[in-house]
Ligand binder design. Sequence first.
Ligand SMILES: Cc1ncc(C[n+]2csc(CCOP(=O)(O)OP(=O)(O)O)c2C)c(N)n1
Ligand SMILES: [Mg+2]
Length: 814
Amino acid sequence: MASSALARDLPIKDLPIKDLAILAELERKVLWLATWTIHHANHLRGNSDGLKVGGHQASSASLATIMTALYFHSLRPQDRVAVKPHAAPNFHAIQYLLGRQTRAKLEDFRGYKGAQSYPSRTKDTDDVDFSTGSVGLGVAQTLFSSLAQDYVRAHGWGRDRPEGRMIALLGDAELDEGNIFEAILEGWKQGLRNCWWIVDYNRQSLDAVVREGLWERYQNLFRNFGWDVVVLKYGALQQAAFAEPGGEVLRQWIDHCPNQLYSALVFQGGAAWRKRLNDEIGDQGPVTRLIERRSDDELARLMNNLGGHDLASIIAAFDAVDHDRPVCFIAYTIKGYGLPFAGHKDNHAGLMTPAQTETFRTSMNIRPGHEWDPFEGLGRPAEEIQTFLDRVPFASKGERRLQAARIAVPAELPVPFQPKTSTQTGFGALLNEIARDDTPLAARIVTTSPDVTVSTSLGSWVNRRGLFAHEDLADTFKSERIPSTFNWNFSPAGQHIELGIAEMNLFIALSALGLTHSINGERLIPIGTLYDPFIARGLDALNYACYQDARFILVATPSGITLAPEGGAHQSIAEPLIGIAQDGLAAFEPGYVDELAAILAFSFDYIQRDAQKDAEGEPSERNWLRDETGGSIYLRLSTRPIEQIERPMTPALRQAIVDGAYWLREPGPNCQVVVAYTGAVAPEAIQAIGLMAEDRRDVGLLAITSADRLNAGWTAACRARERGLVHARSHIERLFAGLPRHCGIVSVLDGHPATLAWLGAVQGHRVRPLGVEHFGQTGSIEDLYRHYGIDAHAIIAAAEAIAPGRPIRHLGVV
Ligand SMILES: Cc1ncc(C[n+]2csc(CCOP(=O)(O)OP(=O)(O)O)c2C)c(N)n1
Ligand SMILES: [Mg+2]
């Protein structure tokens, strides 16, 4: 408990004593309802082992007071909150009291379609602002949502609405997650405002009691990065006791008591406190009398009265903030406060026994059968409490989740034709074209990149649209007239957010920018770029962004061993599989720039789709993709310049590219081999089929622009057929419909071969999947393609093996 900082003894503004008394009743109610919800899930409903996971009861109790103060007093409708994952029961209970959660959902907590174990924007129905669960991510999300709010307002949008505070309720052990520190650093660089982090400093994690004196490290750290820090250490009872004769000795004892011992004494209760205090400071005159004046129960109450369990102190601290600087509150709490396992180091998975719950129920004055009644057992009249609830500011404006109109998107993007170019260069050129014109789309695009803006081809976009900052900052190189290709001017009108290298921050920034339509009522079209292999660095944050249905376009470039001279550390192998497996993310890997143009135009529309608003019925049966629901986009691009095909972009070709594949060379009726390729290996695939043409009949060449969408359409159509929709057909099934059974398929990509290996399962064709399975190395593209077996020679050799016939004569020449 070592500390030298004092909890602030601040006056409570605008809060009548009666309201404080009502809040105290609500605090008890939140604690009760959360505890009962968990008890009900574990002991009364089904009693299934799968549901019996702890981690909620003690963690929720720790935050019951703070959440009561926040939701029933301090929050405004425009504020947004990320709630510590294990405090979900508190959140659902509060929503229930505010009339926004049903009893049925609480009864089904952790059950099928019940209230979620961890607050979920997408799965819960009770107004969750930010999903949480993977610790650390929701915390950082509040910081980036605050930056996103600033971005929106700086561009002149949403100013008719009040600015909100972005608030995270976080566990103290959550601060072990590195992404939080990456975010703090970025927040400092970007001039963070309107962000509160409230640390539930119960000094316990899942397994253990935390190290001594952590609060001080946190305090210094936050202050270093420009945050205000408020330590809420002592509650009102303790502060009053310290003012008594001998009180100062007690305070010093508390300050020097190790965390483990304090927790153990909290668990043991009044008699243990008395013995310990008497042994250690009991012979010092006035303090002895201070201790003796109190019964065991009173003594325990005094020692448990930490700042984070004292409504008045918390409210005073919240009310005292009259500025927009970021604030970190470190609130001392007790894990399991008010429950039988309070303070016990094993309490994370602790569940109260039915007998303990029974005792607790009695102590809360709740009659059997009335456990869910909102006003049962409270010490004040129900009408009075209901009147109070009706006036709670947070709930006063109704629906908090906002909507934003779609931004008009052109059906086609102009493609500046280059005979030989790469998809990465094409991406830069497409954005450059968009940046030229004064369109709604151009205005709403916001780009961001973790220190790879130039090397991912965003340079010309940034030259035209500028960098975003709260204040103007001219590019000194430009003002000094030093020649440079790039114009690095910052201003509030800029449309590129330059991030430090942390990829975690990129994904959480995209998560925040991709939710402004719902949080700020203003839509952005966020595009983030990074090198493909570094998706893995931020993968959990990417998953998090998708889970909460943020909408963005991720451009990952360069990729694969095609980045030949850069070597194994910069080459990516597994990412195409991530593209297939990541829910909420449609992945594309175009080979040609005109394909990319079609995909990008589709993406601008796709990320704005919303099933709830747009589709009344079943998902489209055209290709069995859930296109009505929209989602985010992942484009895997390459730096390899390849000969482009000059061709008209017909509507049918455009649609096929978006659906995931088209025949670059249609197979004939006696086709023996199909080469199915993705991305930058197009030239090898084309060369291979050219060389095979004389020795294998009717060879087909399938350009796959999205293994992800092809695969998703196929599995959806299979499922639909199994459910009786016999006519369901997916895009890949239609493409393969005319292929003879004996035909073999050689698939090839610069990525893991499993990405396309499933193609054989569509109609029962043999497949030889080529790709990269092992770390690459430096070399030329030619060297590496040969070494890893994705060159024309490897394709032909595979074709020969899978589609036996006469020897392929040209095998020797490649
Ligand atoms: C990324 C991640 N790793 C591990 C976990 C498992 N986990 C859940 S809560 C927790 C410890 C929480 O401690 P703290 O944040 O102090 O909250 P408290 O339990 O004290 O309320 C851990 C390790 C997780 N949810 N997310
Ligand atoms: Mg903790």
